[in-house]
Design a protein around this ligand. Structure first.
Ligand code: 4AD
Ligand code: MG
Length: 460
């Protein structure tokens, strides 16, 4: 085991000496009579420098300690005479656990393209960029739980296998145990012999089940993987992604927008405060505007406008859009980005959408034309959050389901929730990967997921 950090009584970091450092060699430089090794174990961006003198036993295996090799080095931690580090390790013993042939190891010290790194997803976590992203991802996940726990929410585990497309959120992946060439005998219902005896899919959202949780525990959230089989090859859609879905009882659309705004802001702050060095890497090499964007999110209130007003702004814009601006339109990424980046220059929440373009469960407004939906849009990404106040009135909900020609049967439990102790409630979903794109400046969703799943890509 690597020696862990020692903090002295004054809070200063004291060297543990002798110490053992275990990690992967980033580079080796040979000088006369000794070699420098830059070692990184993935715990942070910085490498530790080890000096292997030819008089040390460690020197016997130095030839195998090339870029990519896994090593364990024991030695004295001493003040470094060189620039760039305060401490360095004077190696005594070294074990090379696994060498990495310099002829074939793909991660030599140079910048590689994102496309190339995607093709070696098993090794890319060893680069600065991906290890930084993965540390930010892990810390942000912790921040999610902290945010909700601090506000009295309970983490609810909603199912990943679902009975039907209750949500209408997108195309679903079918799950079956039937053989590929299975055809039901004449007269038998299609899924009779399947594992569940009915159609089964991977979930697109935990919302409907989260509503049951909220109407019992008042405040719940889900945080888990969701699956959508949309064949959209864009930089911000994945077939498997993680979503955070809070659901709150006795809450209306305005409380929902407040929560979405606060969550976005506080999670951004959490990442900046806890991953400073890693975020700096992205600000330096990936997006020069990153710090300005993030500070703006933390420091300024978001804009809030009804959908009708957003349409007016877009209709009056001097910009030429690829998709035409019409009163009942669903906003496209180009429209969302125009509102955030050019018009308001900050995140924007658009609310009260035409009912025709939104889901059946969103609460019908008194105008009978719009629903209490809201999308939170951020610069560079567009939609980060989608949510709504839910239709808590049983009769109105039943009418909406009928209007949309949906089969009410699989939703019996969801509508029955409106029969017993129904209450106003609201919630939203925040796409975790979209958030990570926002805080790192990474432009493609494939590069904020360890092993991305997109159309025709299921390797690793
Ligand atoms: O807007 P969506 O579809 O909303 C829902 O699923 C609701 N049931 C949420 C709720 O009210 N509880 O998805 C929510 C968010 C989007 O705003 C986006 O950030 C992300 O999930 N998202 C995706 N992220 C990556 N890849 C995809 N294919 C995504 N589809 C949605
Ligand atoms: Mg949406």
């Amino acid at each position: 085991m690597t020696t862990l950090r020692v903090i002295d009584a004054l809070g200063a970091e004291a060297p543990v000496s002798p110490a053992t450092v275990q990690g992967w060699v980033r580079t080796r430089r040979d000088a006369k009579g000794f070699s420098f090794l830059e070692i990184n174990d993935g715990s942070c961006l910085a490498n530790i420098q080890a000096i292997v003198d030819e008089s040390a036993p460690a020197f016997a295996v130095i030839d195998r300690a090339t870029t990519g090799a896994a090593v364990s080095v024991t030695g004295e931690l001493v003040e470094s005479p060189g620039k760039g580090q305060q401490w360095e390790l004077r190696a005594r013993e070294m074990t090379v656990y696994g060498a990495a042939d310099p002829e074939t190891y793909p991660l030599q010290k140079k910048r590689h393209s994102d496309e190339f790194l995607r093709s070696i997803a098993h090794l890319r976590p060893r680069t600065n960029k991906y290890s930084a992203m993965l540390r930010i991802r892990a810390e942000a996940a912790f921040g999610v739980h902290e945010f909700y726990r601090d506000r009295g929410f309970h983490y609810l585990h909603t199912p990943i296998l679902t009975g039907s497309d209750c949500e209408g959120a997108g195309e679903m992946f079918r799950v079956t145990t039937l053989p590929q060439d299975f055809a039901p005998p004449a007269g038998e219902p299609p899924y009779e012999q399947d594992f569940f005896g009915r159609e089964a899919n991977l979930t697109v959202s935990g919302q409907l089940e989260a509503e049951c949780g909220a109407l019992a525990l008042s405040r719940v959230y889900t945080f888990g993987p969701t699956f959508r089989a949309e064949n959209s090859n864009t930089p911000k859609h994945a077939a498997e992604f993680w979503m955070i879905e809070p659901e709150v009882a006795f809450c209306d659309i305005h409380g929902d927008m407040d929560l979405g705004e606060e969550f976005t802001r506080e999670l951004t702050r959490h990442v900046l405060e806890n991953c400073e060095k890693d975020v700096e890497l992205f600000a330096k090499f990936v997006d020069k505007e990153l710090m300005a964007t993030l500070t703006n999110i933390i420091d300024n209130p978001f804009e809030r406008i009804p959908h009708a007003e957003a349409v007016k702004i877009l209709a009056n814009a001097k910009k030429k859009f690829e998709f035409p601006v019409t009163p009942n339109m669903d906003l496209q990424t180009e429209h969302e980005r125009y509102l955030c980046e050019e018009h308001f220059k900050r995140p924007v929440i658009v609310y009260d959408y035409p009912k025709e373009i939104k889901a059946f469960y969103m609460r019908l407004n008194d105008d009978d034309k719009t629903v209490a939906a809201m999308d939170l849009l951020v610069p560079r990404i567009g939609e980060l959050i989608g949510g709504s106040q839910r239709e808590e009135r049983g009769d109105v909900l039943a009418r909406r389901i009928a209007e949309l020609g949906m089969n009410p049967e699989p939703l019996w439990w969801y509508t029955e929730l409106r029969t017993f102790g129904s209450a106003p409630h609201a919630g939203f979903g925040l796409g975790f990967e979209r958030f990570l794109m926002m805080v790192t400046g990474i432009a493609n969703i494939r590069d904020v997921i360890p092993f991305p799943r997109t159309p025709r890509h299921l390797e690793f």
